[in-house]
Structures are given as C-alpha cells and as structure tokens.
Design a protein around this ligand. Sequence first.
Ligand code: SIN
Length: 253
Amino acid sequence: MQTLKIDKLSGSLGASIVNFSLHDLAEEDFQQVASALWEHQVLVFKCQALPIEDHIALGKRFGALHTHPAARGVNSHPEVLWLNNRGKKKNITQVWHSDVSCEEKPPSISVLQAIQIPPFGGDTMWANQYEALDRLSPALREMLMPLSAVHKSFDLEAVHPVVRTHPETGRKALYVNGGFTQHFEGMSVAESKPLLEYLVAQGSQPDLTMRHSWSVGDIVMWDNRCVMHYAVHDYADLGREMHRVTVQGEQPI
Ligand code: SIN
C-alpha cells in the first residue's frame, strides 16, 4: 500500500498528492485516491506520464467510460478525448463548466493528462460548488431547491436539478454552469439569464477556486458533480495538447 500524502492547494478545494504512482493501482490505493477525491474534489498528481492504456485503466476504476458525443478521441481510443489548441475562437473550454452536462447522465469524474504544454499559460481552474451553494443567502437557496434547469449543446438536451445531491458524500452542490445551462425549466432564456449569470459568477468567485499550472505528464482528476472548471486560453497559437478520460455518471438527483 502506498502512502497518500495530501497537500491542500487552496482554502476551498484541491489537493496535491506527492510521491504516489497511479500506474497499476492496488485496490486499497485506489480506495485512498477515491476517498481523497470525495473530500478535496480535485486531485493533482505530478510526473505520472501514464501510457494511454494505463490512463484508460485508471478512469475505469471509477466506472464505465464516457465517449464524447461530438469531439474526436485519440486514434483507436474513442474514449480518450483529444483536446488540442485550435485557436482561441474555436475554444469551448474557456468557460466555467461541468463536463458535458447536456447529457442525461453527465460525466462524474474527469481524468486529464498533459501531453504538450505551452512555454507559458494554459492553466486550468476549478471552483467548489458545495461552497458556492452554502454561500447563497438562505432565501435564495430555498428558492433554487425545487428548480430544474435545461442544459443543451451538441444536439443534446437534458433537464437537471439546480441543486444536486452528491451520491458519495450526500452533500448538496449548485449544478448550473456557463457552458451548457440555457434556462430554468418553465422560464424563458431571457427570464433565466440574470439569475443564471449571477449563480455562475458567485460559483466562480476567486476564493472558491484553485488553479493548476501544468507540466507534461501531470494528471489531474476532478469530480464534475461538485466542481466547475475553466481552461485559460492565454497561449495564442502555441501547442497545448491534453488527453481526457471521462467516467460515465448517473442521473443527477
Ligand atoms: C476540459 O476538460 O474542459 C479541458 C480542461 C483543460 O484543457 O485544461
């Protein structure tokens, strides 16, 4: 059994796990990683450089893998999403989002590995959506509790509760985002816009976030059920390539 040494990365969420290998994890080591993920929501593992088969195997420890409905995978591995720099205008990840929340059963866990990193920039940020909900005034929380919202993209549409309960921790988290959430169910886009924008802005306040500056071979895993994330596109036309293995989630409740 490996020793899991946890260094917190911000006051709100995220932890770095040092001197720990993700290659071919023993069951008890996987259980330690999963518990740390439920607690810290985002885990950073430096210097892993997992071969693609090991990256896939790591994702599968959490459950069946998700295949992206629109974007291409890596060569003969459709379940490994290939994220590369196609220019700022075509970038769709520089927005606070939870992965593919337009699906009925949106991804639970994402496991991202850095393959090529620009000489500067290209960081990723995450924001704690348990705390985002806790910070709202009790009256607004009460108002949101029975609401659902429509999430839409890639010709897919799904209706999810605005406040979801995490199946592992039992904690409630805000579940709207700037990438996919279109409107509250039963309200128009125009009626929904001010409150949705307010919730995403509140949910991404700087002191709810952590930020990772990548090196090639780093692995970061996060829990889409209680965080939003944002990929900062500040590296112009320089090369940035990432591989993401994403775990099929459950219907949010
Ligand atoms: C994503 O999963 O949204 C991409 C994150 C990144 O490229 O840093």
